[in-house]
Design a protein around this ligand. Sequence first.
Ligand SMILES: [Zn+2]
Length: 68
Amino acid sequence: MGLAQDLSDVALTFDCPDCSHPAVRKGSALRTIAHFRCNGCNAKVRITYPQKVAIFEKHKLAAQGALR
Ligand SMILES: [Zn+2]
């Protein structure tokens, strides 16, 4: 678990929890930010550690699936 170092240079896609507008941040950026500016609702949206873990886990599984 945790925020995988090997996703630092990968663009991670996630949905705004308020409006479901898709947002993209690099893993290195996502690991450090506490908020992001949503392009859909233009709100400053708080992103929690458990949410980050879920985003990283989703992309880790997707990356593993692509290798098989
Ligand atoms: Zn939004």
